[in-house]
Design a binder for this molecule. Structure first.
Ligand SMILES: [Zn+2]
Length: 106
């Protein structure tokens, strides 16, 4: 069998990552979702595939729990960022929203 090239590996990794995230956001099994996100993240670091911005905001990067709006996350808006406070592990992840702010008419 022929060995796969770098770009082919990346494409396959990307497919698997997308599948895993879809599974994680669909399922009601919390442990399964955590495991799916963990493997997806390890794949993305191993094959240097970027995870898209909107997916990054949907889970805690410390304990891999999926955020579902009311139950396990507190969202606060600070000066130039949105703060996601995970209630599972108590850590905060911050995301900038400078671009959206500058687009808004004054
Ligand atoms: Zn967490």
């Amino acid at each position: 069998m022929r060995r796969l090239g770098k770009s082919e590996k990346k494409i396959i990794a990307n497919k698997r990552i997308n599948y895993l995230f879809k599974l994680a956001f669909k399922t009601h099994d919390k442990e399964l979702a955590k495991r799916a996100i963990k493997t997806a993240k390890s794949l993305s670091t191993r094959f240097r595939v970027l995870i898209s911005k909107n997916i990054k905001r949907k889970f805690c990067k410390y304990c891999y729990t999926v955020f579902n709006s009311a139950n396990n996350v507190k969202v606060r808006i600070k000066k130039n960022l949105v703060e996601y406070n995970c209630l599972g592990c108590g850590k905060k992840s911050r995301f900038p929203f400078v671009k959206e702010k500058s687009k808004k008419p004054k």
